[in-house]
Design a protein around this ligand. Structure first.
Ligand SMILES: *[C@@H]1O[C@H](CO)[C@@H](O)[C@H](O)[C@H]1NC(C)=O
Ligand SMILES: *[C@@H]1O[C@H](CO)[C@@H](O)[C@H](O)[C@H]1NC(C)=O
Ligand SMILES: *[C@@H]1O[C@H](CO)[C@@H](O)[C@H](O)[C@H]1NC(C)=O
Ligand SMILES: *[C@@H]1O[C@H](CO)[C@@H](O)[C@H](O)[C@H]1NC(C)=O
Ligand SMILES: *[C@@H]1O[C@H](CO)[C@@H](O)[C@H](O)[C@H]1NC(C)=O
Ligand SMILES: *[C@@H]1O[C@H](CO)[C@@H](O)[C@H](O)[C@H]1NC(C)=O
Ligand SMILES: [Fe+2]
Length: 466
């Protein structure tokens, strides 16, 4: 137990005396912070955050994501509602007057009785690293201009700050989470999104207008920095009862990802390199058993990770492998059984998951010794293992997960049932500072922190440094 965790135990202990609210356990700590239980409701369609931009055929729902494997391309996506309009993106670097045009593609889909607007995707290529670019969409009618900064060239000591958001949805709480992420003094440069985007599928017939409203809501962030997409169960949209049996239809039409650049054959598992990190995105809702495409891809991908070039190995997936809440309990278990030994062998630094609408961070543990007959099936401390972080606390309409398993398992270092977000702030090849923020606090306050030591360059026990 680290000093931070010890400190929490003391605070928790005091509270137990005072209010008998919490139990101190031999595992980590369960936060003493109790969020007032309020209903989590979606913002109504006429909310300010869903406003359609003015002007004929004005581009809306603008979002960007990395377009290639190393961060020299960016995919720009937007939707027009009145007519197809132009697929062109005009873009220029902040320190040059020379404007370039890139040509994109157009797609549409229908879902039950909904027909989407005109969805545009355009891959801006041959970008310079570490450069601010402006880009304009909507050429021909109403134009809108945004900007982004490309990442520095991939390399071992390149500092870079990732934001972590999961299960965001479009409730009042979602808006608070996004606002806190934007105002966090630790400035995230790219969001690693761990799945469950709009929750449109919670509406009758999966009312896809809620995909559009989500796009307008999140644009204030997604248009200016890339969000790296992971598919969650709310992206599945499998609804044969209303004639919709193509899984992931809205997601794949709206959120392109650069899966081909990492040799993947489906947009649900892929990797990117960004600054000093190698990020692997896995699919909890695509086949992952032995011989499946995802299995073969991951088996080939892990040995390719070059820790001299990208020291930090980060995995994103939706359904957590270690989760001590009484929600979605063991849903990630079969994937853990398939892949956990690889994560230990290849010394993954950290695994971020969502799905459970709460926050939890584990110790470095593994549970890979079991072979059906030997009975060795308990998680054990393991310095080659990743830290598992559940960050599914973006604030969607389904509300918080509050019911925890008791006692707190030993593998669980810290857990709290509050909405929030986190940042993973890479300093160099050995150190990264991680901080989780709950929505109830001021934007600079951290509710849980940890100094990560890189598993390849500094495989020491971090708990002494927390
Ligand atoms: C789709 O169907 C629902 C339920 O029958 C109905 O309320 C809605 O108006 C329909 N939408 C369109 C665009 O026809
Ligand atoms: C969402 O948050 C933004 C920024 O804090 C605020 O301006 C806006 O009024 C909020 N909207 C709703 C519906 O809560
Ligand atoms: C974007 O362009 C880059 C550079 O040409 C290419 O490597 C990448 O595959 C493209 N991405 C997509 C999604 O088409
Ligand atoms: C790993 O990356 C380093 C630094 O870019 C490079 O010198 C080395 O050749 C790479 N190793 C392999 C096996 O590609
Ligand atoms: C918490 O979950 C457990 C296991 O599902 C259940 O037995 C218990 O009743 C739940 N407690 C509350 C307060 O809902
Ligand atoms: C890496 O960053 C940490 C934290 O900022 C710092 O203490 C350490 O000295 C840095 N290492 C090098 C080699 O600069
Ligand atoms: Fe989920």
């Amino acid at each position: 137990m680290g000093a931070g965790a010890w400190c929490w135990s003391v605070i928790v202990g005091v509270l137990v005396l005072k209010a008998a609210l919490f139990v101190v356990v031999d595992g980590g700590s369960t936060s003493s912070f109790v969020r007032k239980v309020e209903k989590t409701i979606d913002m109504p369609m006429d909310s300010d955050v869903f406003t359609t931009p003015p002007g004929y055929n004005a581009p809306q729902q603008v979002h960007i994501t990395q377009g290639d494997h190393v961060g020299k391309a960016m995919i720009v996506s937007w939707v027009t509602m009145d007519e197809p309009g132009s697929n062109t993106v005009r873009y220029w670097s902040a320190n040059s007057k020379r404007k370039r045009n890139a040509e994109g593609t157009l797609t549409r889909y229908s879902f039950f009785n909904y027909t989407s607007g005109f969805i545009h995707h355009c891959n801006l290529t041959h970008l310079k690293h570490d450069t601010k670019y402006y880009y304009m969409v909507g050429i021909g009618y109403t134009t809108r201009t945004f900007w982004f900064t490309t990442p520095p060239e991939v390399g071992p000591d390149v500092p870079y700050t990732f934001g972590l958001i999961g299960d965001l949805g479009q409730s009042y709480d979602s808006n608070i989470t996004l606002s806190h992420y934007e105002m966090n003094p630790v400035k995230g440069q790219t969001v690693l999104f761990v799945g469950d985007i709009s929750y449109a599928d919670n509406y009758p017939n999966h009312d896809n207008r809620r995909w559009d409203s989500w796009g307008r809501f999140a644009e204030r962030s997604t248009a200016y920095q890339p969000w790296i997409w992971t598919a969650g169960n709310h992206e599945l949209d499998y609804a044969p009862e209303i004639g919709e049996d193509e899984p992931f239809k809205p997601f794949t039409h709206r959120f392109p990802v650069p899966y081909k650049s990492s040799g993947s054959n489906a947009p649900f598992w892929y990797s990117i390199k960004r600054a000093s990190a190698h990020i692997i995105v896995l699919a909890s809702y695509s086949a992952y058993g032995k011989y499946t495409p995802q299995y073969k891809w991951l088996e080939e991908e892990l040995p390719k990770v070059n820790r001299t070039e990208t020291p930090w190995l980060i995995v994103l997936l939706h359904a957590p492998w270690y989760n001590s809440y009484n929600y979605h309990y063991m849903e990630g278990e079969s994937m853990r059984v398939m892949y956990e030994a690889w994560f230990v062998k290849y010394k993954v630094d950290v695994v971020f998951a969502g799905h459970v609408h709460a926050y939890e961070r584990t110790e470095r543990v593994s549970n890979i010794a079991y072979n059906i007959v030997n009975g060795i099936c308990k998680p054990v401390k393991d310095q080659s293992a990743p830290v598992y972080i559940t960050i599914g606390d973006g604030g969607n309409l389904e509300g918080l997960a509050t019911n925890m398993t008791e006692p707190q398992p030993e593998y669980s270092a810290f857990r709290e049932s509050s909405f929030g977000h986190a940042t993973f702030d890479i300093k160099n090849r050995t150190h990264a500072f991680y901080g989780w923020h709950r929505n109830q606090d001021g934007v600079a306050v951290t509710g849980d922190t940890m100094w990560f030591y890189n598993r390849y360059w500094k495989p020491e026990d971090e708990s002494k440094s927390v």
